[in-house]
Ligand binder design. Structure first.
Ligand SMILES: C[S@@+](CC[C@H](N)C(=O)[O-])C[C@H]1O[C@@H](n2cnc3c(N)ncnc32)[C@H](O)[C@@H]1O
Length: 271
């Protein structure tokens, strides 16, 4: 059962049992336990352009990982030239993105939704460099990047009921049954995300791997604090959502479509 105060320990996405401090509702992982991560750190070359983007844009656009709560609007306030702009900035909705890869969709969405702030987590360093480069090339101001494991960011940095949305696009499918436990979207992580969503806030997942799509639909449907937006507008459908307009078809997705692969969008909202 979901607990909006986030005081009930539940299985975390990485398969570890977190300990919750009753004073602040945040979870402190036991130091000795083994954690199963949803990623492996891939080798990858950071290009000269990405390295330059790290150097020039990193100080403004990277949010360092910390083990204390973050004021979600503070990292975005650096864009504000006047107190009025800062106030307008503080009123903007905030969306968390987990695992943006090379940032193609992220940069597009931030451009089509300029009045939304995006806090984006990714552990793949060349991907972080690539998104910083896109930010520079396109003059994007409403993205900030935390180059760290999103599960730890959620546990330690994100206040309860602080998010207006969460994007998880094409999370690693971990095809082999013995690796399924590494999948990001599991009941424990969903409970943590729901606790950090405001009422009415949404969780949008997309995948091209049908068994994972079925798992996502099942896990989100089982979460009592979520309801399926697709079924609100299309009760006759199977629970999958039409692709929301803001999510672009990336090169990767277009290639899959050409090869005849399906893509499933799942959009739920917090009650
Ligand atoms: C298959 S890629 C998809 C990338 C992108 N969303 C897209 O649609 O192209 C999944 C990404 O999630 C990242 N990832 C997986 N688990 C993560 C975690 N716990 N925190 C941050 N990033 C994570 C991986 O490094 C990888 O880049």
């Amino acid at each position: 059962m979901m607990n909006t105060e986030n005081t009930t320990p539940s299985e975390s996405a990485e398969g570890a049992l977190p300990v919750t401090s009753p004073s602040d509702g945040m979870e402190t992982p036991k130091p000795f336990m083994r954690t199963i991560k949803s990623f492996i750190r891939r080798a990858g070359r950071t290009t000269a352009g990405q390295a330059k983007a790290f150097e020039v844009l990193g100080p403004q656009y990277l949010v360092p990982y910390q083990t204390t709560l973050l004021d979600l609007h503070a990292p975005f306030a650096s864009n504000a030239a006047t107190p009025e702009e800062a106030a307008a900035q503080a009123a903007r909705p905030t969306v968390l993105e987990i695992g943006f890869g090379m940032g193609e969709a992220t940069a597009h969405i931030a451009t089509v939704l300029p009045d939304t702030n995006f806090l984006c987590c990714e552990v793949h360093e060349p991907g972080v460099g690539a998104l910083l480069k896109r930010i520079g090339e396109n003059g994007i101001t409403n993205i900030r990047i935390c180059a760290h494991d999103a599960v730890e960011v959620i546990d330690h940095m994100l206040p309860l009921a602080s998010l207006d949305g969460v994007h998880i696009f094409f999370p690693d499918p971990w095809h082999k049954t013995k690796h399924n436990k590494r999948r990001l979207i599991q009941a424990g992580l969903v409970a943590k995300l729901v606790a950090r969503l405001k009422p009415g806030g949404y969780l949008h997942c997309a995948t091209d791997w049908q068994p994972y799509a079925e798992q996502i639909l099942e896990v989100l449907t089982a979460e009592p604090m979520l309801r399926n937006r697709a079924l609100l507008s299309h009760p006759q459908l199977d629970g999958y959502a039409p692709k929301p307009l803001y999510r672009p078809l990336t090169k990767f997705e277009n290639r899959g479509i050409r090869l005849g692969h399906g893509v499933w969008d799942v959009v739920f909202e917090r009650v």
